[in-house]
Design a protein around this ligand. Structure first.
Ligand code: FMN
Length: 216
């Protein structure tokens, strides 16, 4: 099958497009307003863009009235935010922080999470998260929509400090990802947790040219 995403003539009960780039990691983004009110929300249109120097981004749709979401407003006004890693143990609270729409309510406190101080930015980090990246706002790219609500703002941040809970660094000095069990968004209401990994080495030219290996 195929369909035009601007018309959405897929004929399926639900729009399948978000299930096609999966899993999508979750940027659990903390920020503060210019008046100092904290904010925390999950974004799965999120990813790292580079690592040296390190940049990451998330993309926010607009509110029903066409105004920017609170995370975007805060970051544009204060120039700072934090990526908190969402994992199996924080999955329910991560989801809870998406439902609060009132900019006067700090989702971090409201959802019973613990704020902890960052090093370079004033934005609190979620203590329960296994890793964090402090960011300064690099730029916002506006992605035109069909209507005011579907306009998206892609916020790009430059990472200025990285935190990893020591408990998740193994005795070889590697981040123990299956111990963290990060969660990611699939399509529909589905998520996955990383609890199994496989490694692959780059094959040598000789290996690529050996029919027996190539057939495996
Ligand atoms: C797992 C998850 C991922 C989400 N990803 C996005 C996203 O990528 N973009 C978006 O605009 N909203 C996303 N949302 C919805 C926002 O979290 C929600 O609108 C939130 O209230 C925004 O908060 P803010 O206005 O404080 O920034 C997501 C929700 C959940 C539960």
């Amino acid at each position: 099958m195929y369909y035009d995403p601007d018309i959405n003539d897929h004929g399926l009960p639900f729009n399948p497009i978000k299930g096609l780039v999966a899993p999508r990691p979750i940027g659990w983004i903390s920020s503060i307003s210019k008046d100092g009110v904290g904010n925390l929300a999950p974004y799965s249109f999120f990813n790292m863009l580079s690592y040296n120097p390190a940049y990451l981004m998330f993309s926010a749709g607009c509110k029903e009235n066409g105004s920017k979401k609170d995370s975007v407003v805060n970051i544009e006004q204060t120039g700072e935010f934090v990526f908190n890693m969402a994992h199996w143990d924080t999955r329910t609270k991560m989801s809870d922080t998406s439902w609060i729409d009132d900019p006067k309510i700090d989702e971090l406190l409201e959802c019973g999470l613990t704020p902890t101080r960052a090093q370079r930015v004033k934005v609190p980090m979620v203590k329960e998260a296994p890793a964090h990246m402090e960011c300064v706002h690099h730029k916002t790219v506006e992605l035109p929509g069909h209507d005011p609500e579907s306009v998206h703002h892609m916020v790009i941040g430059r990472v200025v400090m990285v935190h990893i809970n020591d408990e998740f660094i193994n005795n070889k000095g590697l981040v123990d990802i299956t111990k963290i069990k990060p969660i990611a968004r699939l399509g529909y209401m589905d998520y996955c947790a990383v609890d199994e990994v496989f490694s692959m080495k780059k094959r040598t030219v000789e290996e690529k040219l050996t029919p027996k290996v190539a057939a495996e």
